[in-house]
Design a protein around this ligand. Sequence first.
Ligand code: ADP
Length: 412
Amino acid sequence: MTTTLLSAALILLILWVWQREKHWRRSLEMVTKAAGLKTFEASKLSARFQGLIEAESALNKEEYLRRLFESLLNEIRQGVVIVDDHQRIKFCNRTMGHLFHRTSIHRGRTLLEEFSDHQVSDTVLAALQAQRRTVREIEMNTTLGSGAVNTRHYLIEAAPLPAKAEAGAWLMVYDITEQTMAEQVRKDFVANASHELRTPLTLINGYIETLQSGVIKDEAAVHRCLDVMEKHGKRIIRIIEDMLTISRLENGSSALNLEPFTARSCVQDALDHLSPMLEGRDTRLELDFPSDGGHMVGDRFYWDQVFTNLLENALKENPNPGLVIKVTGQWFADHCLLSISDNGIGIPAHDLPFVFKRFFRGHKHHSPEIKGTGLGLSIVRRTVEAHGGTIELTSTPGVETTFKIRVPLGTA
Ligand code: ADP
C-alpha cells in the first residue's frame, strides 16, 4: 500500500509537470484512490490543488512542486517523515503530529530529540544500515492535550531514499492501536473461554473416572457424584449459551428482532424466572414505571436477559436479609432511562472498570460452586449498545449500587 501510494504520488508529480492543468483532475483521482482517501478528503485535496494552480504564476517551479507534494502528503492518513542520513527531520506531514498527539514536529531536530523514544530512530537506523525496507511494530506512550498518558501501537515502515536522491530515509507510520486491541481482546477471549470450560470439564471427567473405577459402592454417593456432574454440565451449557449471545450481539443491530413491548412486562417476566431465588427471602422489590408500563421497541429476547442478569446479580450477590431492589423507568421526549439499584454489598471501586469485561468475576467468586459465568454484564452492555443506548454504573458498597441505562426511543 505504501509503495503504491508513494509511487502514485511521484507519478502524479511527473504527470503534473508534463501535462499541467490539462489532466490534473484525472491524475489526482488516481492518487487519491491509490491512497485510499475518502471522497470528502479527496475533494478537500482537490480544492487545495485548485488553489495551487491559481497561485502557480506567482511561484517559482521548485517552490510550486514542493507545496504540491506537501499538500498531498498532508492529506493522507499515514504519518510520513523524511530524514537525512543523521536522522534529522527534513519533512514531516501533518498527520504525523496528529498520530503522536503533538501540535507540531520540528524540522531540523533528530528523530530521537523529537520523539524522545529510541524505537522510531532504531527502525530508521536498521533500514539505513541494511539499505532495505524495514517494518516494525512499536508501543509508545503519548500525552494527550488533557495531560493524560495514552498507550498507542504503531506500525513503522522505513526505507532508504532512492539511490539517486540525497542520503537519508523515509518512514511511514500507521496507528494500529485499534487492530492491536481487538486482537488482544480476541486472544483473551479464547484463553478465558478455554479456561472457564476446562474447569467444569475436568471435574466431570474426574467423577467419571471415579465412578468407572468402581470404588464408590454406596448408591447415595453415586447419586451425589451424578448431581455434581449435572451441575457442572449445566454450567458448561450456560457458558456456551452466553458466549453465543455475545457473539450474536457483536454482529450489531442487524442481529436484532425488533418488536414492541413494555418495560414493566419485561421486568415481571424476569422476576417470574427468578422466583426460586426470591422464595423464603425478605427481599423488598420496588417497581416504578409509567402507568402504561413504559413502551419500548427492541429485541425482547435480549431485554429479558438484561433485566434477568441485573436482578439475578443483585439477588445472588446479597444473600443477607434486608435487601431492597428498586427498578424504575422514566420516559422522556427522545429516550427512556431505566434504573436498577440495590442496597447490597456493592462493587469495590477497583473492580468498577472491569465488571463489564467478558469473564470478569468479583474476587470472591473464583470458586466454581458459585453460579455465574462472568458474562452477564457483558451481555447487558452489548444489548444496550446494540439498541443505541448507554449504561452507567455507580456503587457505594453497602449503600447503593445502581445501573442506569439510557436508550433512544427510536429503537428501544
Ligand atoms: P457473574 O456471572 O459473575 O455474575 P457478571 O458479568 O454478571 O458475572 O458480573 C460481574 C461481576 O460484577 C460479578 O462477579 C460481581 O462481582 C459484580 N457485580 C455485578 N452486579 C453486582 C451487584 N448488584 N452487586 C455486587 N456486585 C455485583
